[in-house]
Design a protein around this ligand. Structure first.
Ligand SMILES: Cc1cc2nc3c(=O)[nH]c(=O)nc-3n(C[C@H](O)[C@H](O)[C@H](O)COP(=O)(O)O)c2cc1C
Length: 511
């Protein structure tokens, strides 16, 4: 189906009763009530930052222009566009990972500055502009420091109102850099435990005046949000917990520490605002806004290709899989496509092994890349391996957990290329064993884990839009609602993709 250029909104054809008019009037008034975020009173809608490149200066600026909060993704920010409006790729000349890591940092700073200038211009002084960093991203602090210098404004302010930081907790140094540049630092957390650590460690210096440095706290539901998920080792990935109770507990901690006026931004699973009515004007929750990640991909300003938008509109419940294939070590949520299926299947072709045979592990495994003394497995696994070899998965690769996974030769070559082409995009990478720490000679010293994906290639492939079935399509678990939502159906049966302006007007209705 083509994407309609029709700019008129489709209207819901629901029956309106007298009761619902009364209730909904209150609800709409509450929803339109501004909330204080990052130093300004704005609408309670926040764009979820989406790397790499799925939020940028254009769509973040459009959110801000509607008096909401837009969020640029810092990591891999585009340094320019080709004649078709597609992002220019970063190119690397360095022959070592370390040299490429340095190039990546310089390019990211350049890209962030470009995207911030764009957003600042589009916002024209309205709303808030934020920029999102992953603490686990390689060189995050240096990129943040470099870009904030490049976005300074005369008089000590900045084009950017806040840095948001997730996938790891910001350090005191991160907070100090933001404070020095006159920018808020909004942590993204998924538990009260994380808030306690932040107060004790990162924001210790600001005790009693946290609101000088924290413009809002993002609570990201670790069971529902798209992208990386903060499920801790104490939590069960298969047992989602009620966000209301968790945010209520977070509010208690924040209030106990003098943060009554600091807003919480609820992220993860937010689609229709009408589902969150009971959170508004609620003393247990306090000042609240809503962050929208997946749904925001469905705007005209969103740079993702039409195929990605169509894909979202075709998703069914259960099409998004929580998985542990990110080389960061975090859980993450992505479309269960060919790439994720292959990773699950690869991990299933896995057996324990030893390097010296014993009574139990008495069966020798040979194959490409196997050391002379061989790998030894038990009889039962030997039979499974024979089956896999029969299907072409004849290459055993060692994992850091003393297991072997079996892949075909092409996949083995691809996995090897992730290491040779690594640009050090993370602080430490479990796939390539890269570490950004020179003291350990840029390596974690651990065995590379062949069960993981290359996050840089997967996300770049997604934003470039080639063969989406084999790219990393981060998505929230409520993505399936897109296809059921009448907003995205034009009257002529085509798909309707709104502008950010139309989208935010729609959010205001509660739908
Ligand atoms: C494609 C995609 C990429 C994302 N990338 C990032 C990111 O780089 N940094 C981040 O903090 N969150 C990232 N997120 C999470 C969003 O910012 C947001 O918090 C989340 O999507 C909210 O849940 P929802 O998808 O249910 O709306 C990403 C989400 C998606 C769907």
């Amino acid at each position: 189906m083509p994407i309609s250029q029709n700019t008129t909104e489709s209207t819901p054809d629901e029956m309106i009763t007298l009761d619902s008019i009364d209730n909904s009037t209150h609800f709409h008034e509450k929803l339109a009530k501004p909330v204080y975020i990052d130093g300004a009173w704005i609408l309670p809608f926040v764009q979820g930052g989406k790397g790499v490149g799925a939020t940028n200066g254009i769509n973040a600026g459009a959110w801000a222009a509607e008096n909401a909060a837009g969020t640029i993704a810092a990591i891999g920010a585009a340094i320019g566009y080709d004649e078709n409006g597609r992002e220019l790729s970063y190119t690397y000349a360095g022959r070592s990972r370390h040299k490429r890591h340095e190039e990546m940092i310089a390019l990211s700073i350049q890209g962030c500055i470009l995207q911030c200038h764009t957003a600042y211009k589009i916002a024209a002084g309205k709303g808030r502009i934020r920029i999102n960093f992953l603490k686990m991203a390689g060189g995050a602090m240096r990129i943040m420091r470099g870009m904030l210098v490049g976005t300074r404004l005369p008089g000590g302010s900045n084009m950017i109102d806040a840095v948001t930081m997730g996938a790891g907790l910001p350090t005191e140094e991160d907070a100090q850099i933001c404070a020095d540049e006159g920018v808020f630092l909004d942590p993204i957390i998924s538990s009260t435990m994380a808030m306690k650590v932040l107060l004790k460690r990162t924001f210790r210096k600001w005790s009693g005046r946290y609101d000088e440095v924290i413009g809002a706290v993002v609570y990201e539901d670790p069971w529902l949000a798209g992208g990386h998920n903060g499920i801790t080792s104490r939590e069960n990935p298969n047992e989602p917990k009620d966000p209301y109770e968790r945010v209520k507990a977070l509010r208690v901690i924040m209030n106990d520490n003098g943060m009554e006026n600091v807003a919480i931004i609820m992220a993860g699973g937010v689609w229709y605002l009408r589902d969150w009515q009971s959170w508004l004007d609620n003393a247990e929750i306090g000042p609240i806004a809503f962050q929208i990640g997946t749904r925001d991909l469905l705007t005209r300003e969103s740079p993702v290709v039409d195929e990605w938008k169509h894909l979202l509109l075709s998703m069914k419940k259960g099409d998004v899989a929580l998985n542990k294939f990110s080389p960061t070590g975090f859980y993450s949520s992505a479309h269960y496509n060919g790439m994720i299926r292959e990773l699950f299947e690869r991990s299933a072709r896995q057996v324990d092994f030893v390097s010296e045979p014993d009574d139990n592990m008495s069966e020798r495994v040979d194959g490409p890349g196997v050391p002379a003394r061989g790998y030894w497995v038990n009889m039962q696994d030997r039979k499974k391996i024979d089956g896999w070899i029969g299907e072409g998965f004849n290459t055993p690769l060692r994992t850091p957990d003393d297991t072997l996974v079996f892949v075909n030769p092409d996949k083995a070559r691809e996995i090897k290329s992730h290491k040779t082409e690594c640009v050090g995009c993370l602080v430490t990478c479990n796939l390539s064993a890269w570490s950004q720490n020179p003291e350990v000679k840029y390596t974690t010293g651990r065995l590379p884990d062949p069960r993981l994906h290359c996050i840089r290639k997967g996300l770049l492939g997604a934003i470039k839009g080639n063969d989406l079935d084999n790219q990393l399509i981060f998505a929230g678990h409520n993505a399936y609602i897109a296809g059921e939502d009448p907003f995205y159906r034009a009257e002529n049966g085509n798909v309707f993709i709104p502008t950010v302006k139309q989208f935010i007007a729609r959010l205001m209705t509660g739908d």
